[in-house]
Design a protein around this ligand. Structure first.
Ligand code: KG4
Ligand code: ZN
Length: 329
């Protein structure tokens, strides 16, 4: 069965083709360069970019997969959460394809797709497992019982981790998107005397990142703007965020007696986070499955993968499906 995945929830326009669970192609075109001068995503620019690039990206994915559009049996598309205008482009496009081809389509939750992105083209461990999705819009720990049975165990109460990285980076004078820039700046120092911590929210798997962001603001004002001082702040911020994500993810596994942890989302590109997760899971005898760097950021391979598996479980969407900026997680 051939599944076409489509993703347009934020600033990446992406299409991918899978034959059953096997990935045949994945094409991504990003508008991030257009947002940089504004210091963050401009929704209108993002949706116009999707409109312009969705056809070429689809053509690229079909060509790479060596298939024709008429070979597609199922269209899977991100329908929530994300920027409504951006989602609308992909969702309308997918509905049009589905209608024209007379093939089913299915709307997919973007965060759930991140939770499962480690398994695209890989052998999947048996359910259940704990999944952690860390992106620009969400930070979620979930019990993944099956593709259609995902239970939230913890989530952020304010900013998402990626958003906190982006805001902290901005306060340190770094360009958007700040996550990778902050990681580079932090790597300039081996350790840091700056004290920064995340709210622990004891007895809960929830997160809060807004306090540490404000603490970065005060440290940036208080300390000099020398590269070393900025790097020290970045280093301490990153360490605090990485520690709390890794610690709560492992805590979820321990609480539930589960021996597999899967992770995905843009922030999982972060080297120190990957390292900390490796260390902690090794300590607790937990098998760690992280999405490869190529599938951490937004992509359509994970959308097609989840959509296909939901379809196998009898799920399908109707044409009156509308995009949702938020999703009940
Ligand atoms: O999953 P993603 O591509 O898009 C959303 O669904 O939001 O995540 C984007 C986020 C941005 O906030 C970006 O700064 C962050 O992931 N990010 C990183 C790194 N690479 C991307 N954060 C920290 N370290 C990185 N290396
Ligand atoms: Zn994402």
């Amino acid at each position: 069965m051939i599944t076409l995945g489509i993703e347009t929830s934020c600033d990446e326009t992406a299409a991918a083709v899978l034959r059953d669970e096997k990935l045949l192609s994945s094409a991504v075109s990003s508008s991030v360069h257009l947002h940089r001068k504004f210091g963050g995503i401009v929704p209108e620019i993002a949706s116009r970019f999707h409109l312009e690039f969705i056809n070429p990206v689809l053509d690229k994915a079909l060509k790479q997969a060596k298939i024709k559009l008429t070979d597609v049996d199922l269209v899977a598309v991100t329908s929530a959460p994300g920027l409504v205008g951006s989602l609308l482009v992909g969702l309308s496009f997918a509905k049009g394809l589905s209608f024209g081809l007379n093939k089913p389509f299915i709307g997919v939750n973007h965060i759930h797709a991140h939770l499962l992105s480690a398994f695209v083209g890989e052998k999947r461990p048996p359910f259940p497992f704990i999944g952690t999705a860390v992106s620009g819009g969400h930070t979620l720990i979930a019990l993944v019982e099956d593709f259609h049975r995902i239970k939230t165990l913890g989530k952020t109460r304010d900013d998402a981790a990626g958003e906190a990285f982006d805001k902290a980076a901005k306060l340190l004078g770094l360009p958007y998107p700040g996550g990778p820039e902050l990681e580079k700046l932090a790597a300039r120092v081996k350790e840091s005397p700056v004290r920064l911590t995340c709210a622990r929210l004891e007895d809960s798997l929830d997160f809060s990142f807004s306090g540490i962001k404000t603490a970065v603001l005060y440290k940036a004002r208080e300390m000099s703007s020398s590269p070393t001082d900025r790097a020290r702040i970045a280093h301490s911020f990153q360490k605090a965020v990485v520690d709390v994500i890794a610690q709560k993810s492992v805590q979820a596994c321990v609480q539930r007696g589960i021996k597999t942890l899967a992770g995905g989302g843009g922030v999982v590109c972060n080297g120190p986070l990957r390292e900390r997760l490796k260390e902690l899971t090794a300590e607790y005898g937990i098998d760690l499955k992280l999405a490869p760097m190529s599938f951490c950021g937004d992509n359509a391979a994970m959308i097609g993968y989840l959509g296909y598996n939901l379809f196998l479980r009898g799920k399908q969407s109707r044409y009156d499906l509308t995009p949702k900026a938020t999703s009940r997680l």
